[in-house]
Design a protein around this ligand. Structure first.
Ligand code: ATP
Ligand code: MN
Ligand code: MN
Length: 306
């Protein structure tokens, strides 16, 4: 449920101070958004983002010189990283990964010029057991926005046939993400197989609209249903993470009755999202965190109607 809004300034006084170096550095020069501005943004929306990124291994896109300079992904500890960012051990990796638990951790990421937070689909505590599936809808060149919206509804409908509820968010880029919470249990292989089957059956049914194949050349005019986000170590950008792209867009959860022609993927931004959240009457992803749902049994998978 939506938390009572807490003024950014008041909240800043409630957390251990994270000292920002170069607070005036411009990260999104065209919008005039500085490092301090990003810290203020996360301070204001902390209750919204933390449930989606806290306690998970993270891939972090760092842009020390802002989006106009070079950015790079980092998932292992670097020198200078301080206490609020925790190191976590994950399978099949000799080096620890990173996780945050609270606003102090988020602000430590801001201090490191992290402009995108990409969590795993599992918690750091149970890295072998995914608890969410992400269908990443990637429109090829020339695909109208309305087709992307319809694709999200198509994924939703297909999941509903298994009594599975899903949720939609903008990516802050070009497409949409349909996210399905899952009660931890099945391993990554099972989850990826389910995601692949869903994508492939959609592509088989509507080959004019969908492809489930990674090869870029076949995407022209169609939407790639990228199910590959759902393996151990794979990530998708987190709900409420900013994007290191022009316009300072934020990956924003929407309710199913909001998505449509009026809200493109880059609609919500560092500048306008706090106001949306302050005035929302209910969480657009109401129920996401408490939903206890399970993959259909293996027998159902073979059903061509999947
Ligand atoms: P869009 O709507 O524009 O497609 P997106 O966030 O879905 O935005 P994709 O290119 O589809 O962008 O990538 C999906 C996800 O794959 C990213 O959110 C990210 O988590 C992951 N990813 C892509 N490239 C890398 C990379 N070089 N290193 C780590 N993760 C990556
Ligand atoms: Mn995508
Ligand atoms: Mn993709």
């Amino acid at each position: 449920a939506a938390a009572a809004p807490v003024a950014a300034k008041r909240r800043r006084e409630m957390v251990p101070l994270v000292r920002l170096t170069n607070p005036g550095r411009l990260l999104w020069p065209e919008q005039g958004i500085t490092k301090q501005g990003l810290a203020d943004f996360y301070t204001e929306i902390a209750d919204w983002i933390l449930p989606h990124v806290a306690g998970r291994p993270l891939s972090l896109l760092r842009c020390p010189g802002g989006i106009a300079e070079q950015c790079f992904f980092q998932k292992h500890p670097w020198a200078g990283l301080e206490g609020a960012v925790r190191q976590v051990k994950v399978p099949d990796d000799d080096e620890p990964m990173l996780a945050v638990d609270d606003l102090a951790g988020l602000l430590q990421l801001v201090q490191a010029s992290v402009l995108e937070i990409h969590p795993w689909g599992s918690t750091a505590e149970r890295p072998l057991l995914p608890d969410r599936i992400t269908f990443d809808l990637d429109p090829g060149d020339g695909v109208p926005w309305q087709r992307v919206v319809e694709a999200a509804f198509d994924v939703r409908l297909r999941l509903q046939k298994h009594d599975l509820q899903s949720f939609v968010k903008t990516t802050g880029g070009k497409g949409l993400h349909v996210v399905m919470p899952l009660q931890p249990g099945p391993d990554w292989d099972a989850v990826k197989r389910f995601a692949q089957m869903t994508a492939e059956s959609m592509a088989a049914e509507r080959p004019d609209r969908y492809v489930a194949n990674m090869a870029k050349r076949v995407r022209q005019g169609r939407i790639y249903i990228d199910y590959v986000r759902n393996g151990m170590g794979a990530t998708a950008v987190g709900a409420y993470s900013t994007r290191a792209r022009a316009g300072a867009a934020v990956s924003t959860p929407l309710s199913w009755d909001e998505i449509g022609p009026g809200i493109r993927s880059n609609h919500f931004t560092v500048a306008n999202l706090p106001k949306r959240l302050a005035y929302l009457e209910r969480d657009p992803w109401d129920g996401f965190l408490s939903l206890q749902q399970h993959l259909p049994s293996a027998g159902t998978h073979a059903d061509p109607a999947v």
